[in-house]
Structures are given as C-alpha cells and as structure tokens.
Write a protein that binds this ligand. Structure first.
Ligand SMILES: [Zn+2]
Length: 135
C-alpha cells in the first residue's frame, strides 16, 4: 500500500494538473509583466499582480540536478529511483522522476524531454525522458 500522499488540488494549481492529465505542460504567466512562474501560485513574484494566463511548454530542457533514491521504498515506484530537476527551455524548473535513462549516463546539462506517466493513486504527472522518448 503506497504511503505517497494524494495531490493537493487548489484553485491556484488546478489548471496545471488538468493540463498534465490531458498531456500538456502549462506554465503560469503574469498577464501584467509576462514573468513565468512555477509552481503555480496566486500572485506574481515579480510585480504582485493577481492576473495571469498560461503558455504551453515545449517540454524540452536540460538537466539541472538529480538524485538517486534508494530508501525509503514505496510500492508505487521502482528503485533505485532517479528524480531530476529540469531547466525548461522557457526558463522555469520542474521536478519529476526520470525514466528510460541509465543512471550512470545522467549528466548535468543533458537534454531531456518531459512526458507523462501514471504515478501513485493513478494520478498522471510529468516524467523526464530521453529526447524522442516522450509521449
Ligand atoms: Zn508580474
């Protein structure tokens, strides 16, 4: 039985999880100054505006950092589990697990794509993959 908590969906982040379920990675953008931000939130960190819309990410980026998790093990994941922080081409970062890449071949700055995969509780979340493997 997984101990991973369920997603906490709020009126600030619902658009993001809805898009991910539909296979799109959206980035929140301030309508007043254009600053992109992630994770989603109610106010722009640059100008404090509450007005926002979204842009769709190209889902391409480079690996900023990663870690290999061995413990504690949860039945929702396979171990060792690689989790990465990716610098998206749009200029924001997201965290996701990494699939289909030998852990020994992970390198800072390597190009990755964002795909989507089912995680604990059947929830769909981003997953980092080799370029060309994402769907
Ligand atoms: Zn702003």
């Amino acid at each position: 039985m997984t101990t991973v908590p369920r997603l906490t969906i709020t009126q600030d982040n619902e658009f993001w999880f809805t898009a991910v379920r539909e296979g799109r990675l959206e980035i929140q953008r301030c309508s007043d100054c254009g600053t992109l931000r992630h994770p989603p939130g109610p106010a722009c960190p640059a100008c404090r505006s509450f007005e926002w819309d979204t842009v769709e990410s190209s889902r391409r980026g480079t690996l900023h950092s990663w870690t290999i998790i061995h413990h504690p093990k949860d039945p929702a994941f396979e171990y060792p589990l690689a989790v990465g922080l990716i610098d998206l081409d749009e200029g924001i970062r997201i965290v996701a697990d990494i699939a289909g890449v030998d852990h020994e071949s992970l390198e800072l700055g390597m190009e990755l794509e964002v795909g989507f995969a089912e995680h604990a509780h059947g929830e769909i979340l981003p997953q980092l993959r080799k370029v060309g493997d994402a769907s």
